[in-house]
Design a protein around this ligand. Structure first.
Ligand code: 3ON
Ligand code: FE
Length: 499
């Protein structure tokens, strides 16, 4: 423990660890009910479904998982219709979920350090991946897909949330091929007659790594695919698009597979941050030399270097004045998780917060400038869907209650990236927020005219609320607060599908 650690006055913190921790209890039940406990009023114009994904189980029959990112994907659907709302949740029936529930014990190693019981000997040389489908959920091309970046998507019935099975995207993916959990939707793609396009990627990491980029039209038809190889190991969770480019941050890390191979650590725990190495910013044109480009060579690919700490999530990118701007959440370093530690006892104050930075790329001069836009600890950035890849003004994100220091996400921050002006709604001391999703008000063209939806864990009741904020004014507090009958464990990502 450090000096700072001992100097923290726990009673002055805006959260209590014991309350926060309970948000990581498993939710083994599956529900289906109309939400009738509502404060405020659901806007009648809010018509559609909020889909959320995240770990639903943090233990298998009492055997604790080592890390929440190893938990089985559980989808929630909150359907809004004429001022009313309906809640439903279902676990994704992955092969691993079915097998472990039947066995009543952990049968798979997790990427983030969950091990089968029996010590390292029971885990050594087991390289089988459990596809847990827990990171994101999207509705595209008529399919509801649960995503996890190290394996194939799982398809679900959008009404019942029943699992249909692994989906190969009409034969585009081969067995064992992954599909990242961070697709971006280009709201109007020049190369698709101005219609929306979904862009996503897949990483094959190794001594050199391959990035595959897919672009789909609204019917789910593949428009373009390109495969590019870049030097070095790559752990890339998210990316950004502009009308002309896909941009990836290749974090400064190395990978030592030995502790994983011999059963001591999860693969994700073998990724080591290398503070002396630069971050590589990989810029790939959206239009490859041919629509299905397998060449894999450097044609058109540019790699710039900067110092960027570690980046999981980007907010947005855009092209302006001959430059590319990228707004991202950066950590000073990737925290190393000790194999025998419990994530519920994490020392927040000892970790560096995620902070909001802007990177300015000048491709002509091959230079990168960086600038911190916001110091407050934040994570899970989002924005108006029409501004994805375009100049934008408003960024909405989960944030800490206090303006400095590292802490759990208890607030939603709205940041005007052009002026630095802010609004904040905080659920502290008992509430913990999740990713905000911005839903535009129909027929409005003001960038902040809409609703910000977020699921808030209320530790005072051990239940979750679906909170609706007015995007124009977060300070005024929720427009409506929908009290669920149970809690949803802290989630990862989700999306909005209009009716
Ligand atoms: O060679 C391998 C390549 C690869 C794709 C290495 C590897 C095994 C690590 C790997 C797999 C990566 C996976 C499965 C990543 C999954 C990530 C995940 C489920 C979630 C990431 C979340 C990120 C953040 C920043 C979450 C923040 C949460 C909070 C602030 C609080 O709730
Ligand atoms: Fe993510």
């Amino acid at each position: 423990p450090t000096q700072e650690h001992f100097s923290v006055d726990v009673s002055a913190l805006p959260y209590q660890r014991n309350g926060w921790k309970k948000g990581y209890e498993s939710q083994p039940n599956e529900y289906d009910y109309s939400i009738d406990d509502i404060e405020g009023e659901i806007p009648a114009a809010l018509q559609g479904t909020l889909f959320r994904n995240g770990p639903g189980l943090l233990d298998i029959n009492g055997q604790r998982l080592h890390h929440p990112f190893d938990g089985d994907g559980m989808i929630s659907a909150i359907a809004f219709n004429n001022g009313r709302a309906h809640y439903r949740n279902r676990f994704v029936r992955t092969e691993g979920f079915i097998a472990e529930q039947a066995a009543g014990k952990i049968l798979y190693r997790g990427v983030f350090g969950t091990q089968k019981p029996g010590g390292w000997l029971a885990n050594a040389f087991d390289f089988k991946l459990k596809n847990i489908a827990n990171t994101n959920v999207i509705y595209w091309g008529g399919k509801l897909l649960a995503l996890w970046e190290a394996a194939e998507p799982y398809r679900l019935d959008p009404n019942t949330l029943n699992t249909i099975g692994i989906d190969y995207l009409d034969g585009i993916l081969k067995e064992g091929e992954s599909f990242a959990a961070h697709p971006r939707i280009d709201p109007s793609c020049e190369y698709n007659a101005g219609e929306p396009v979904l862009v996503n990627f897949a990483i094959k990491a190794g001594l050199s790594s391959t990035i595959i980029i897919y672009e789909f039209d609204q019917s789910g038809k593949l428009l373009r695919r390109q495969s590019r190889s870049i030097p070095g190991f790559a752990f890339i969770h998210d990316f950004v698009i502009t009308p002309n480019y896909c941009i990836f941050f290749q974090n400064a890390v190395s990978f030592n597979p030995i502790p994983f191979a011999v059963g001591l650590r999860g693969a994700g725990e073998c990724v080591k941050f290398e503070p002396e190495k630069p971050t590589r910013i990989v810029v790939i044109p959206r239009t490859p030399p041919t629509p299905l480009y397998q060449g894999g060579d450097k044609e058109g690919v540019q790699i710039l270097e900067t110092k960027a700490g570690f980046v999981f999530h980007h907010a947005n990118a855009f092209e302006q004045d001959g430059k590319i701007y990228i707004d991202s959440i950066c950590y000073d370093k990737l925290p190393e998780v000790e194999p025998d530690s419990d994530f519920r006892n994490v020392d927040f104050e000892a970790l560096t917060p995620g902070q909001f930075w802007r990177f300015t790329l000048n491709l002509n001069e091959q230079t990168v400038e960086r600038q911190q836009l916001e110091e407050r600890c934040c994570e899970f950035p989002s924005l108006h869907p029409n501004n994805v890849g375009r100049p934008y003004r408003y960024m909405f994100t989960g944030a800490a209650h206090n303006p400095t220091g590292n802490a759990p996400l208890q607030a939603i921050l709205k940041l005007d990236v052009t002026t630095g002006e802010q609004q904040l709604w905080s659920a502290a001391p008992k509430g913990y927020v999740s990713e905000p999703i911005f839903v535009p008000r129909p027929d409005s063209n003001q960038e902040d005219d809409g609703w910000v939806l977020t699921v808030v864990y209320d530790s005072s009741r051990h239940r979750s609320d679906v909170v609706i904020l007015d995007g124009r004014d977060l300070n005024q507090g929720p427009v409506a607060r929908l009290h669920l009958k149970h809690h949803i464990p802290y989630g990862l990502h989700g999306s909005w599908t209009p009716n």
